[in-house]
Design a protein around this ligand. Structure first.
Ligand code: PEP
Ligand code: MN
Length: 339
């Protein structure tokens, strides 16, 4: 339910609705659209909200939500959101490249990867310290040691870091080492994690669940934004289909649809969507052509020795090729690669 305030309602009147709603046990948050203020009460019972509103000043009316997501929608905010990642704008006119290994495997491996990414033109460094692996016997990541290496690499190469967080209780700790918190495909609907990310200071990279619809993805993003964190980057990383030649099927249409429905930046992951090194560049370029604001791409100094996702990891020189082709495609669609 939502309580729409009258045009020009005072701060005090809005405050009274908020505190009344809190006292009634609701979890209210405020939405502001031009001069209109609405107090949102997710999950609240209509009769109780009507009773509350009837006793307060400045209220125009009460209504049910018309959509399952709001704050992330273009209707709520028509201009593109540009997420500032420690000085790197994501979602502006210029597209960005995020590169690095699937997992942090050692200090040496990460440093070699970071140096190569810096030289090849990446703007942000990726690398997982906590890895959500389908098998419990697969390499699970270096965890806290990996976080420390990421912090060191960030300092050494001046690249802001994107790394995954898997559990709500880790959000604050990972956030101290990372610039961007990644929420992976397998956790897109881990609602406690989404709520915890909503309370974080860091921007969040939210990957599409491999079995999730676009609407479910936008609702997951809504959890984070409604929780107080407006800095969400959406990532299309492929969904499961009957096709077996690729690891997943990159839903290129989702890029255009997400850009249409939401003001949030959208990036494409051509690594996890294809699963094979040789399809990564074409899939990534298709993402840019479809309107993506950037790419997140796995690259390893020695992919054959990678502990995780080596077959889809670009060699550093391929990442350089990707950067120059991305620039050309971005220019062809009226954009550019961030310098
Ligand atoms: C990853 O980025 O390494 C990863 C595990 O991605 P996804 O959650 O998209 O599978
Ligand atoms: Mn990976």
């Amino acid at each position: 339910m939502k309580v729409m305030m009258k045009r020009g309602a005072s701060l005090k009147e809005v405050g009274n609705v908020l505190s009344g709603a809190e006292e009634a046990g609701f979890s209210p948050y405020v939405m502001r659209q031009e001069e209109r203020v609405t107090v949102c009460l997710p999950g609240a019972d209509r009769r109780r909200v009507e009773a509350l509103a009837a006793s307060l000043e400045g209220v125009q009316g009460v209504a049910a939500f018309s959509k399952n997501y709001k704050l992330v929608s273009r209707e709520f905010k028509s201009a593109d959101t540009v997420v500032n990642v420690s000085g790197v704008p994501v979602g502006g006119k210029e597209v960005v490249l995020i590169g690095g290994p699937c997992a942090v495997e050692s200090r040496d491996q990460l440093f070699r990867a970071a140096e190569a990414m810096k030289q090849a033109g990446a703007h942000l460094l990726r690398g997982g310290a906590f890895k959500p692996r389908s098998s419990p016997y697969a390499f699970q990541g270096l965890k806290d040691r990996g976080l420390a290496f990421l912090s060191e690499a960030r300092e050494a190469f001046g690249l802001p870091v994107v790394t995954e967080v898997m559990a709500p209780e880790d959000v604050a700790r990972v956030g101290e080492h990372a610039d961007v918190l990644q929420i992976g495909s397998r956790n897109m609907q881990n609602f406690r994690l989404l709520e915890a990310a909503g309370g974080a200071e860091n921007p969040v990279l939210l990957k599409r669940g491999m079995m999730s619809t676009i609407e479910e993805m936008l609702q997951a993003a809504e959890y984070i934004v409604a929780g107080g964190n407006p800095n969400v980057i959406l990532c299309e990383r492929g969904i499961r289909t009957f096709e077996r030649q690729t690891r997943n099927t990159l839903d290129i249409t989702a890029v255009a649809v997400l850009k249409d429905l939401s003001h949030l930046p959208v990036i494409v992951d051509p690594s996890h969507s294809t699963g094979h090194r040789r399809y990564v560049i074409p899939a990534g370029l298709a993402g840019i052509a479809a309107g993506a604001d950037g790419l997140i791409v796995e690259s390893h100094p020695c992919p054959d020795e990678a502990l995780c996702d080596g077959t889809q990891s670009l060699l550093p020189e391929q990442f350089r090729d990707l950067a120059s082709a991305t620039k050309a495609v971005a220019r062809a669609v009226g954009r550019d690669l961030l310098a």
